[in-house]
Structures are given as structure tokens and as C-alpha cells.
Ligand binder design. Sequence first.
Ligand SMILES: [Zn+2]
Length: 240
Amino acid sequence: MTDSLAIEELPSPNCDDRPAGQKIDTLILHYTGMPDAGQALRRLRDPQAKVSAHYVIDEAGKIYRMVPEEKRAWHAGISAWKGERDINARSIGLEIVNTGHEFGYRPFKLEQMDALVALAKDIKTRHDIPPERVLGHSDVAPLRKQDPGELFDWYRLFAEGIATWPTPKLVEWSDEQFFEALAAFGYDVSGPPNAKIDPQIARRAVCVAFCRHFRPAVLRPVPDPEMKSILAGLVDNPAA
Ligand SMILES: [Zn+2]
């Protein structure tokens, strides 16, 4: 239970009510992408910034609660997964302090990962969040976001029973079949409606987002045989 986790309350005004009857079934992981934790914590509580998260984990593994889980925190922005576009309404947003790609991206600290695992397990005692719905910000906003990025240890979350991880499966897919499978898995392969995104740009962004999460050693904007076999393994058994 939450009581067993040391959590410091640091309320943010940047939230509102979830839609009535809305179930929470998604966990979105972010990095703060700011030069230091202090600036990140200030920004996430600044009414002008209009951004927040339910929880923040600093580099020492200290957990802050900014928004109660029953409220809608403003963390995902314009985003989509499995055709759903109000990701904030159905998710819990968790920020991990890291300077990010803009300010010197670096490995996440072991203390942070330990705290994240404990917190994610605690969250899962309250909400039915399947492993395949524990996602990165870049998964739900591939055109805009890179976080938590290719240094994030998704495999550990899988090993802890929190997130999904593929067992690759050899397939002879065309690129078209790959994109169809990406969309079936959940990725928005065409960009927000009315945004008039060049389909090639949208597809390239989704390929890189897919790699950041499931094949972080090589980020490629176009499908390759290994990406296809990884995705085939996920689609075959997304909750494995
Ligand atoms: Zn983010």
C-alpha cells in the first residue's frame, strides 16, 4: 500500500477531474528533460506551464506526489494509443528526473529504478493496468516526444511483472504489414487527425519510437527485419 512507500506531497494545480466513470488502465512514463530536479519540480507546479504528473521520482529515488490518482494530471498532451486520444483521462503519469536528450541524456539511476518499480507495483494494486499499457510518452506521442528514451530499462519492468517485453518471432512481413501490426498493437501511425502530417514523417517517427522502447540499441526510422520480428513477438502475445 501507499503507506509503506515514502512519498512527499508536493501538490500541483495543473490537473482537473477525470471524465465521470473513467477507468484508469494506462501508466505513462516520462523523463523531466530539465537541467535539474529543482527546475523540473517548479515547472510541474507552475500554473502558467499547465503541465504536471501524478508522481515524480528524483535521482535519489525520492517520490513526490503532485496530483492525486483520482484527478487527471496534464502530462501526455496531444497523444494517442489504440485509437484513444485522451490519454490523460485514463492514465497515471510518472515523471523520472533526467536531463533528457536536450540537456545531456544520461542513464537512469538504480535508486530511481528501484523506486519506480515499487511505485508501479503499488499503483497496480489499485488499478487494472495490463503490462502492454505501461508505455513511454514517446509511444503515445511519437511525433513530439523522445521520453523516457532509449536508456530506459524497460526489460527490468518486464522482469518485475510491470511491463511487456517481446520474444522475437521470425516473420516475412512487408513494410505495409509491419505498419498494420504497429497500429493494431496501439501506435498511431498517421498522426493526429486534422494535423495534416506527411504520412512518411509520421511513419518514420513511429519507427524510432518503437525502437526506443523495444530495440533501443539501434534507432531506425524505417522497418528492418529485426524490428518486424520483435513486433511480431509483441502482437503474438502482447501481455507476455
Ligand atoms: Zn513526457
